[in-house]
Design a protein around this ligand. Structure first.
Ligand SMILES: [Zn+2]
Length: 237
């Protein structure tokens, strides 16, 4: 047997579903944002590796130019060896040549070091690009799923709202007034099912006499503890 306020129960179920669907929809921009952030991060890793490569190349060019200068300087010293007049000048030049040769060795070593890191960086760029591509595919797939969910939720919300519109005129105005009143103070949870003699929402025991009234379902009864409208639901086994 339907109670006098069966439509009110329907309204409560609709309102809860409307709220849940709205919460779901409200979260979608955040989800899209998170995906865009991840996508941006994977591209940023590639960019950082590319920047490292540019820096490596620039450093190598500088070292090579420095090496060229020192080599020219060494050649100049060597030519001067033939022109010096004193032993002192001669040994001083040899010392200069030793120094520049040492510098040439260390520069050449540094250049080799930069070349080796260039190889590593190129591998990094390749790996990061591959990873980024995979991430992009995965993320756009996820985005697609989210958009589908969004469309579905929007459609569902429209249907629920339409159903609500249709239902409202069928509810007596005094019931509607009470519903709105309780809704304000109980955060939208106006009705509470009673099974096993307990108010589901506040877990307060309902007096046996009241349970009988609820089973009859002829009038609106509110919970003595939480003030919500009670309705009886037979315990499912
Ligand atoms: Zn209660």
């Amino acid at each position: 047997m339907e109670t006098e306020f069966a439509n009110l129960i329907k309204l409560q179920k609709l309102d809860i579903e409307i709220r849940n669907t709205s919460v779901l929809l409200d979260d979608i921009p955040h989800q899209i944002n998170e995906i865009d952030k991840k996508s941006e991060e994977s591209l940023q890793i590639v960019q950082t590796a590319k920047d490292n490569f540019s820096q490596n190349q620039k450093k190598r060019r500088n070292l090579e130019s420095e090496l060229q200068d020192i080599k020219e300087k060494t050649e100049k010293y060597k030519r001067q060896l033939n022109e010096v007049k004193t032993n002192k000048e001669y040994s001083s030049l040899l010392k200069e040549i030793d120094d520049t040769n040492a510098k040439i060795d260390s520069l050449e070593e540094e250049i080799i070091g930069e070349m080796l890191s260039a190889d590593d960086i190129e591998k990094e760029i390749k790996a990061a690009s591959k990873k980024a591509e995979e991430v992009q595919v995965e993320l756009s797939r996820k985005k697609e799923v989210i958009f589908q969910e969004k469309n579905k939720a929007e459609k569902k919300l429209n249907d629920l709202e339409a159903e609500r519109e249709e239902l409202i005129p069928k509810i007596p105005s005094d019931q509607m007034k009470l519903y709105k009143q309780i809704s304000k103070t109980k955060n939208g949870i106006v009705l509470s099912p009673v099974t096993e003699e307990f108010c589901t929402m506040c877990h307060m025991r309902v007096r046996p006499q009241m349970v009988n009234e609820l089973i009859a379902g002829t009038q609106i009864t509110t919970c003595e503890n939480c003030g919500r409208i009670l309705y009886y639901v037979k315990k499912s086994d």
